[in-house]
Write a protein that binds this ligand. Structure first.
Ligand SMILES: [Zn+2]
Length: 104
């Protein structure tokens, strides 16, 4: 169990994810996508949310809780075998309330 911030879980890996989607069989899908990738590389390894949204759009900076699907700045990563589930503070608090009600 560990905390993963939006910065490390999403923002820092956007350029790589974008390339994985837009670059295949040794070339870019089009010139616009290549230019956007070059802008992503130019902003560095720790881009801000605003920098990415300026180049791409809001969907690339979303960091959604697997339980409530709301956007969060940090999520707790829980492991179920090889699968990782990421949960927000509100959902963890709700889970704890449920558990406390059940076990006194
Ligand atoms: Zn949640």
């Amino acid at each position: 169990m560990h905390v993963v911030s939006r910065q490390e879980g999403v923002l820092n890996v956007v350029a790589k994810k974008y390339k994985d989607q837009q670059y295949y069989q040794g070339r870019w899908s089009n010139k616009t996508d290549e230019a956007k990738y070059n802008k992503l590389v130019k902003v560095g390894n720790t881009p801000t949310k605003d920098q990415i949204e300026h180049i791409l759009n809001h969907s690339w900076t979303e960091y959604l809780c697997d339980e409530c699907h709301k956007d969060a700045d940090a999520l707790v990563a829980l492991r179920d075998g090889k699968k990782v589930i990421k949960v927000c503070r509100n959902c963890l608090n709700s889970a704890l309330k449920l558990l406390n009600k059940e076990i006194k």
